[in-house]
Design a protein around this ligand. Structure first.
Ligand SMILES: [Fe+2]
Length: 382
């Protein structure tokens, strides 16, 4: 076995009702809390009230930073950091989907490291951030367990992928109840993001035994639960299973990296504001077709894990079933399938491909790709 490192938060608390443990976990790191959340959804769904109730039980002081937009920007991280400094906070509770969680982790490292968040696109932050207790309210990004964030530099129109051990939250708290109000389209897109994390981590050149176990478990749970969660949002079992699965997918990609789908989806977000999960969902089946022949054994594993019968089939036939299974699952979500349906302009495809090929995620893709390959892929799903 090749030597590998597997990093994760110190504690992962999961299951229904665990939202009540937020106060108890948070108080270990100090008295003054900053809750970092989005502009409205955690208020509408009642998730924010549940967090506040739990903090009050432990007599913790709190302030709320609720300015995080989707595709969180450098400006938002800077604003949150200056407020956190002024208020001398001890600990951050990050509440919401991937955007608030990423912004909170960005603020956390900027409280302990020098310079600007933009500097950390090229180098890892050295000092651990202010402790973060991460509480996801969507089942998708896995940010609550990962060492990555994506912050948008609006001036350069670049989604910066920033990574490092210093960004791993102290604890993740996963309560499916907080995801019950997520609408079907967001459930679908975030779930497809999680599936993409799991598949890309499994086929990544940086895959390792500890990530592959997590990735395959996530693929199985997502294939069994995503359509149920989309079609009946009140299905508590499906919600808890999806939340657990996306956490496993998060652990997998945080340690094994994502690959070409993510390299190609980030420019779609940066130039056209396509939601991250939706951009991945549109790309995933086509990029799987492109990658299949580079690692057919792994594709056969994915097909089996998604319940396909591969007995008696050739490796080619069995590996193709993985692509078929993902296409079928995707069809059940009802999401758009073409880039033109989500506002992408055809004349920008070359620019998108040039940005995507520069991404580190493209380098760990199992198939070595050229600029022309990426242009072809974008065109074929336009
Ligand atoms: Fe993602």
């Amino acid at each position: 076995m090749i030597s590998s490192v597997f990093q994760s938060p110190g504690k992962i608390i999961y299951g229904q009702g665990t939202v009540k443990q937020i106060g108890e976990e948070t108080k270990k790191y100090g008295k003054k809390v900053m809750i970092v959340t989005g502009k409205s959804s955690s208020k509408k769904t009642g998730a924010l009230d549940k967090v506040i109730d739990s903090l009050k039980v432990e007599n913790l002081q709190y302030i709320i930073f609720d300015k995080v937009e989707s595709h969180p920007s450098v400006d938002t991280v800077e604003l949150g950091t200056s407020i956190a400094k002024e208020e001398e906070i001890d600990v951050i509770v990050a509440l919401g989907g991937g955007s608030p969680l990423d912004a909170a982790k960005g603020i956390s490292i900027m409280l302990t490291n020098s310079g600007s968040i933009v500097d950390y696109e090229k180098k890892q932050p050295e000092v651990h951030g202010v402790p973060v207790i991460a509480v996801p309210t969507t089942a998708g990004t896995g940010s609550e367990v990962s060492k990555f964030i994506v912050i948008t530099d609006t001036r350069r129109k670049v989604k910066m992928l920033i990574g490092g051990e210093a960004l791993i939250p102290k604890a993740a708290i996963l309560d499916g109840e907080l995801t019950l109000m997520v609408p079907p389209d967001v459930t679908a897109a975030t779930g497809m993001d999680a599936l993409t994390h799991a598949i890309e981590a499994y086929i990544s050149k940086k895959a390792q035994p500890a990530t592959s176990v997590q990735a395959l478990s996530a693929i199985k749970l997502i294939s069994e639960n995503l359509a149920k969660a989309v079609q009946n949002g009140e299905n508590m079992d499906a919600r808890n299973n999806m939340l657990f699965a996306q956490m496993q997918a998060g652990l997998a990609f945080s340690n094994a990296s994502v690959a070409l789908v993510h390299a190609m989806s980030r420019p779609l977000g940066a130039y056209f504001g396509v939601p991250h999960g939706l951009a991945n969902a549109i790309l995933l089946p086509r990029v799987m077709e492109y990658n299949r022949a580079a690692c057919p054994e792994k594709f056969r594993d994915i097909a089996k894990t998604m319940g396909e019968n591969t007995a008696g089939l050739s490796l080619r036939e069995a590996s193709n079933l993985a692509v078929k299974a993902v296409k079928e699952l995707y069809a059940e979500t009802g999401l758009p399938v073409k880039l033109r349906d989500v506002g992408v302009k055809e004349e920008m495809i070359e620019t998108l491909a040039k940005d995507a090929i520069k991404s580190g995620s493209a380098l760990v893709n199992p198939r070595k790709s050229s600029l022309e390959d990426l242009i072809d892929i974008y065109k074929s799903i336009y």
